[in-house]
Write a protein that binds this ligand. Structure first.
Ligand SMILES: NC(=O)c1ccc[n+]([C@@H]2O[C@H](COP(=O)([O-])OP(=O)(O)OC[C@H]3O[C@@H](n4cnc5c(N)ncnc54)[C@H](O)[C@@H]3O)[C@@H](O)[C@H]2O)c1
Length: 353
């Protein structure tokens, strides 16, 4: 898809030890990019980044440490930056709001500050989330120009990251001054709830379900009717890479926010994800947890991805059923044999028209 454009390029990824960052590191490495990772050490066991055993340069540092971040970027002189490092969990954010705001808002400001004055950097893609929109429980999807907001600290911190990016773009990386006062284009990417093999985070549906299935336990669903845009991890990553390509080509009209979500029929209830999973792996057991003391989470959340379709030519390839099937078959095989399907899924995805 993007073979030539990333070949030989130096790509700086924050959050490479995480679920999405590890898949993105593999994808870029497989295209011949020189990938440099900057993250805290992995916290999950097992960990997908460790399982895929990539030979790449890494900085195990904190994005709240501006000096360390500046030093890493100055030393490596990247062509493009993908910023994924974040505190990404809603429930954790209720217990640790300050850490969440510091990591997601100040971490993003630090990253952009560290990129200032580095003329090799042609593009920065900052990953936020569908949760950055002010949730109105609409039946239709949010567009890129809808109001930002956030009830819980995680969602608010990502809306905050969007505002930081918009400010840095206007003040220091203004597309109107591109190739005059600076050489860098900055975009943000908002995707939906990502599934796929290799996620072992706490308090996420699929990892919780897998942990329960492998220990013969039942997973209890807090919000069975919550509807989310489910998509395989390779879908938004493909969007980020396409966007990064446009920024590296110097197309300043792409220095904007972009939604990368699934088609409308992949907006499914939490309970439907588990039902689809159970059809593939009969060890999946779930029950509804109807106690009432759960923190607030959005009920209905969808993205309108018309802009990415029309301007980037991006659209999802795998529907809800196949995304769930690939995810569950990944974990099933891993727990049965220790093998991972990551490379196989990446190949399949790239080969599909
Ligand atoms: N997984 C999803 O469903 C989803 C959906 C929408 C958006 N996102 C966004 O995608 C990005 C990646 O999410 P993920 O699911 O891979 O999360 P993850 O928890 O698996 O990975 C997070 C990464 O950030 C790093 N990190 C966290 N705090 C850090 C700090 N202070 N300094 C340096 N590194 C730090 C971690 O070490 C890890 O590498 C996040 O920005 C998240 O908000 C995720």
């Amino acid at each position: 898809m993007f073979l030539e454009c990333y070949k030989g390029k130096t790509v700086f990824i924050t959050g490479h030890t995480g679920f999405k960052g590890s898949w993105l590191s593999l994808w870029l490495t497989s295209m011949g990019a020189n990938v440099i990772g900057y993250s805290l050490p992995s916290v999950t066991h097992p960990n997908h980044f460790e399982l895929i055993r990539l030979d790449m340069e890494t900085y195990l540092k904190d994005i709240r440490d501006l000096d360390a971040l500046k030093q890493a970027i100055e030393t490596t002189q990247p062509d493009i930056v993908f910023h994924l490092a974040a505190q990404p969990l809603v429930r954790y954010s209720y217990n640790n709001p300050i850490e969440t705001f510091e990591t997601n808002i100040m971490g993003t400001a630090n990253l952009l500050e560290a990129c200032r004055g580095i003329s090799t950097i042609k593009g920065v893609v900052v990953i936020t989330t569908d949760k950055c929109y002010e949730n109105k429980e609409w039946l239709y999807g949010y567009r890129e120009n809808d109001q930002l907001g956030g009830y819980d600290p995680y969602s608010a911190s990502k809306a905050g990251a969007e505002i930081v990016v918009a400010s840095y773009r206007s003040s220091f990386f203004n597309p109107q001054n591109f190739n005059q006062t600076h050489q860098t284009l900055i975009a943000t990417a908002r995707s939906g709830n990502v599934i796929g093999g290799g996620d072992w985070s706490e308090d996420r549906l699929i990892p919780d379900m897998v942990r329960a299935a492998t220990t013969d336990q039942t997973v209890y669903l807090r919000n069975p009717n919550a509807t989310r845009p489910w998509q395989h991890v390779l879908e938004p990553l493909g969007g980020y890479l396409l966007l990064g390509q446009k920024l590296m080509e110097g197309k300043s009209e792409f220095a904007e926010p972009w939604n990368f979500g699934p088609t409308i029929d992949s907006n499914k209830k939490v309970s439907e994800v588990l039902e689809a999973s159970k059809k593939i792996w009969n060890k999946v057991n779930f029950e509804i947890d109807d106690s009432e003391n759960h923190p607030h989470e959005a009920g209905l959340l969808m993205l309108d991805c018309s802009k990415a379709y029309h301007k980037l030519g991006w659209k999802p390839k795998w529907d809800f059923q196949s995304s769930v099937a690939k995810t569950i078959e990944w974990y099933k095989l891993f727990y049965e044999s220790g093998e991972i399907l990551t490379h196989h899924h990446l190949r399949e995805y790239c080969e599909e028209i």
